[in-house]
Design a binder for this molecule. Structure first.
Ligand SMILES: N[C@@H](CCC(=O)N[C@@H](CS)C(=O)NCC(=O)O)C(=O)O
Length: 208
């Protein structure tokens, strides 16, 4: 029987960091269980996720797969009631596309990083296409990020969009997936978000 919730993931994973930032913002005390081997093919290594992905949140109710469902469950468990902007609240093309592109960039970043470590050649056509996809997405986000903060509700405490964008940008810098210096507006956004205690408490590092 699980009493205290457990986040299963890695300190170097951007989707895991999204869940950890939400836990910190919502003041939900969670244990952290490290996925030891990224190449493991047993779902139990990922908190039971048959898709072999992290994060997973283990609660007394059961296991929750994926960053967004985990963040929603953390919000339900929290005694705090902050004004959170969720993806379904993003009712303009600008905000909706920014969320879609941020999540797609995160997924593409995972595929590129895993392709690199597992020896996919640089000249592989799909790897080249994914790099193009990521560069185009980063350029779009860099062009629009300043508008996002103005377009989001002013009374928000935080949004899933900003948390995911922060985790994506800082992860790409941490893993040298793209040169963040080429995206000054995204860099400035990440710097301003990084002052939050939830951000500094979840800095990327490689688990031993
Ligand atoms: N849809 C999942 C995606 C999670 C995901 O891709 N996580 C990465 C780590 S950031 C992962 O599990 N990578 C291991 C792998 O793909 O084998 C979510 O939203 O949490």
């Amino acid at each position: 029987m699980v009493t205290k919730p457990v986040i299963v993931g890695r300190s170097s994973s951007h989707f895991t960091r999204v869940a950890r930032i939400f836990a910190a913002e919502l003041n939900v005390d969670c244990d952290f269980r490290v996925v030891q081997n990224l190449m493991a093919s047993d779902p139990s290594d990922y908190g039971g996720n048959p898709a072999l992905k992290m994060p997973t949140l283990l609660t007394s109710q059961g296991a929750w797969f994926g960053a967004l469902p985990i963040c929603r469950e953390l919000a339900r468990q929290s005694s705090l009631r902050p004004r959170i902007v969720w993806p379904e609240d993003l009712d303009t093309p600008l905000l909706s596309n920014a969320q879609e592109l941020t999540l797609q960039a995160m997924a593409t970043g995972v595929a590129l990083t895993l392709g690199k470590v597992s020896g996919v050649p640089e000249e592989n056509a799909h790897r080249i296409k994914m790099q193009q996809s990521l560069l185009g997405t980063m350029a779009w986000l860099d062009m629009h990020v300043a508008e996002l903060s103005r377009a989001l509700p002013v009374d928000r405490d935080f949004s899933f969009l900003e948390v995911t964008l922060f985790c994506a940008v800082t992860h790409f810098e941490f893993r040298a997936v793209v040169a963040i210096s080429s995206y000054p507006a995204l860099k400035a956004f990440a710097e301003s978000f990084s002052v939050r205690p939830s951000a500094s408490a979840t800095n990327y590092r490689f688990d031993p």
